[in-house]
Design a protein around this ligand. Structure first.
Ligand code: ADP
Ligand code: MG
Length: 256
């Protein structure tokens, strides 16, 4: 688990200012959703949190440690992408194993002579396959381990992406519209699975969506984002019942 502090994050691409000073504190174990229309800057903020993009200004801390200069792999966060970003030529087992192999590789590189054979050793390969199998089972895809992404349904691909993030045991889970490529019925079903996953893992979730119903049912708190700014951060009912800004009320469609 981890708490996050986002302070004054700004980011521009050429002439457009995409993030205009975003500040937000997220509690240990919280399920926080960034909710806003397409193009408001949600993915950009998530990518900055993951270290995949560098902010122009502002600071990000995880558990009171500034991570601005920390490589993505060292941030203790894992991201599930909207497109799932699976490797099409690899089996499900190998897709899930990628982060585990990377982790072995970094300890291997620290042991240039002794460790050169480590990732190839049968014991380690077996350990990695075992760990991938365990995580696959926990999200109900253990029967799909030998398939490739092209042989899976959208919902199954989504579970593979979640499993690949889970093997890292991150303190923070970042999810960028993980359900948006699924049909409406499956989307509602997967909502329950994500909620259950959060309950079971007990780690901090930062979830991105443009879907209000998703945000309202999943979240401890919702951060409403419009045009690169956070307008309100509050529990779902408060966002609906007491929008603090006309633009929030209009976006949510609440009475005010
Ligand atoms: P959201 O996820 O809320 O839909 P994004 O963060 O993807 O929004 O994008 C916000 C704005 O930033 C959009 O106008 C988008 O075109 C722009 N943008 C995002 N990434 C880049 C990039 N790498 N280069 C140029 N513009 C970008
Ligand atoms: Mg996006």
């Amino acid at each position: 688990m981890a708490s996050l502090s986002i302070a004054g994050i700004t980011k521009g691409f050429e002439a457009t200012q995409v993030l205009k000073g975003v500040s937000l504190d997220i509690r240990d174990g919280e399920f926080l959703t960034l909710l806003g229309p397409s193009g408001c800057g949600k993915s950009t903020l998530l990518r900055i949190l993951a270290g995949l993009e560098i902010q122009d200004g502002g600071t990000i801390s995880i558990d009171d440690r500034v991570v601005d200069d920390l490589h993505p792999k060292k941030r203790d966060v894992a991201m599930v992408f909207q497109s799932y970003a699976l490797y099409p030529h690899m089996t499900v087992r190998d897709n899930i194993s990628v982060p585990l192999k990377m982790r072995r590789l970094s300890s291997w590189q620290r042991l240039p002579l002794f460790g050169r054979c480590l990732p190839n050793s049968a014991r380690i390969r077996k350990e990695i396959a075992g760990e991938a199998g365990k995580v696959a089972k926990s999200v109900g895809i253990e029967h799909l381990l030998d398939r490739k992404p092209g042989q899976l349904s959208g919902g199954q691909r989504q579970r593979v992406a979640v499993a690949r993030a889970m093997v890292r045991h991150p303190a923070v889970f970042l999810m960028d519209e993980p359900l948006s490529n699924l049909d409406a019925k499956l989307r509602v079903q997967m909502r329950a699975e994500i909620k259950e996953l959060h309950r079971r893992l007990g780690v901090t979730f930062i979830y991105v969506t443009h879907d209000q119903a998703e945000a309202m049912t999943l979240s401890d708190r919702v951060a409403v984002m419009l045009d690169g700014e956070l307008l309100q951060v509050a529990p779902p009912d408060a966002i609906y019942a007491e929008p603090n800004d006309r633009r929030v009320a209009e976006f949510i469609g609440s009475p005010k």
